[in-house]
Design a binder for this molecule. Structure first.
Ligand SMILES: *Cc1c(COP(=O)(O)O)cnc(C)c1O
Length: 499
């Protein structure tokens, strides 16, 4: 015991001496390298990061987890400056980063959903850097309303209907439930108590709104008579929710909007429809048949329809409520309307996006619709140009690993699960039998490229690759292919990614 104890003590003394040998923060900060870092990233941040580095080395030295050689190596001025510089750059780098979306999922929720039109983006930049008549009526010289910027355009798109825009569709539903059914019952089909995108659950939104959930029907079937039986003096509204990201097939059935509209009218309660994806135009010509345009839902008897601004509409994050003027007025007067009011940059972006629809130029100007409208042949020709370009620049043998095949793109954004468009994919076979490594190389490069993997092959869909990104994509792909030359011994398995 005695000897072991004293050995430990002498080791402790050695460790303490090693910790004491670390350079002083103050002296390091006066050096040329650290003065340069301070000028670039700010002296306070550089001093903090350096203290973190020295602190970690001191703890490692005292605990004996770092050897004397390791500590001396890591504590060299140049090594410290490199790590502090890298930490500062990582911390301050732009984030979220721009990525190339080669997944073919158009309104990809994890990638920011819709890309704004050029006009909308220009308006955002202008609005961000100056004052606006946001809530000021220039003609009267008095306070105005921020809704006044959107109402005239929404009135054109939805004649005879009132409207209100808030910061997202979840907010729009919450507001509608609160304003129209707080302390009362919201009648909802069990088949529509859905979760959308992990964080939006219809029952949870209902709970925080103060409305009581009155479930009707079963998971797979809800009849009109189920609603009729549930309606009574405590009913605040009927809520119909777009099933968005799943479909029950087989023995299934739901009450339609026209049917529910009739039930609601007879009972004298409002029918509120949460139509997440919010397509303003008929997408049936594109083969996206089960998305009903918002205007038709209103014609069919919905009293209010709520939808997102950044899904099929193709604008910024927003939630729009359209419908009966007396109901919209009740939403407007609810204190929650102030809580979820729309930001000025988003008002500008939404207005410009709506303007494209009003002009009838949405399929040309709104990127989400432009991408959805692209035909498979056009995408295939672009993929072929990309394939030839890579094959020309790459080492022999690479061309054989690239081919063009039929596939499907998806609308995404919690819109119809059946919302698929035929496309032509650029398919990359891995020489090493390991598409996961190529996928990772693309994802971790600069700019990051996101692709899909299926059955051990890399799939790129140019539907969602923006104009002007082909050259960068070709370079990134060529680099990923070059790193995939030699067959690897160890086959890494990677889960197939289908987001
Ligand atoms: C996407 C979606 C929502 C949530 O909309 P956000 O704009 O993301 O708040 C709600 N309901 C349905 C049916 C949806 O598809």
């Amino acid at each position: 015991m005695q000897t072991r104890g004293s050995r430990k003590t002498s080791k402790d003394r050695e460790n303490a001496a090693l910790a004491r040998s670390l350079p002083a923060v103050g002296r390091l900060l006066g050096s040329r390298a650290f003065r340069r870092l301070a000028a670039e990233h700010g002296p306070a941040l550089v001093a903090d990061l350096l203290r973190d580095e020295i602190g970690a080395l001191r703890r490692g030295a005292l605990a004996g987890t770092l050897s004397g050689r390791e500590v001396r190596e890591a504590a060299r001025e140049g090594a410290l400056a490199a790590r502090v510089g890298e930490a500062a750059r990582r911390l301050l780098a732009p984030s979220p980063r721009a990525v190339i979306n080669a997944t073919g999922v158009v309104a990809h929720t994890n990638l920011g959903r819709s890309v704004l039109s050029a006009a909308a983006a220009a308006r955002v930049a202008e609005a961000a850097t100056g004052y606006l008549d946001l809530e000021y009526d220039l003609a009267r010289g008095a306070r105005g309303s921020r809704h006044a910027h959107l109402e005239p355009l929404l009135e054109r798109l939805f004649p005879g209907q009132a409207s209100l825009a808030v910061h997202n569709n979840a907010g729009a539903i919450l507001l509608a439930l609160r304003a129209l059914a707080r302390g009362r019952e919201a009648v909802v089909s069990r088949g529509e108590l859905v979760e959308i995108g992990g964080s939006f659950r219809v029952p949870d939104i209902l709970a925080v709104s103060g409305a009581r959930l009155r479930e009707v029907g079963t998971t797979n079937r809800t009849r009109v008579s189920d609603y009729e039986a549930a309606i009574g003096p405590r009913t605040g509204l009927i809520l119909k929710v777009h099933q968005s990201n799943f479909r029950i097939v087989g023995f299934a059935g739901e009450a339609s909007v026209p049917e529910l509209g009739a039930v609601a009218r007879k009972a004298g309660v409002p029918l509120v429809v949460d139509w997440g994806s919010g397509d303003l135009v008929d997408l049936a010509p594109l083969g996206i048949a089960d998305e009903i345009p918002v205007r038709r839902l209103l014609d069919q008897g919905a009293d209010l329809v709520t939808f997102s601004g950044d899904k099929l509409l193709g604008g910024p994050q927003a939630g729009v409520v359209v419908g009966r003027a007396d109901l919209v007025e009740r939403l407007r007067r609810d204190p929650m309307a102030r809580v979820c009011r729309l930001d000025r940059l988003l008002i500008c972006a939404l207005r410009e996006t709506l303007a494209s629809y009003v002009r009838g130029r949405h399929f040309e100007e709104v990127p989400t619709l432009r991408m959805l409208a692209l035909g498979a042949d056009e995408i295939g020709r672009r993929a072929e140009r990309l394939r030839r370009r890579i094959a020309r620049a790459a080492p022999p043998g690479v061309a054989a690993r690239l081919r063009i095949e039929d596939g499907v793109s998806r609308t995404g954004g919690g819109s119809s699960p059946l919302g698929e468009r035929p496309t032509r994919l650029l398919v990359v076979e891995s020489a090493a039998g390991d598409a996961g490594t190529m996928e990772r190389a693309l994802r971790l490069g600069d700019p990051p490229v996101l692709a899909r993997i299926r059955e051990g092959r890399l799939l790129l869909d140019l539907r969602t690759v923006l104009k002007g990104q082909d050259e960068t994509l070709a370079e990134r792909l060529a680099a990923a292919l070059a790193s995939d030359q030699t067959p690897k011994r160890k086959l890494m398995t990677s889960p197939s990614r289908t987001t």
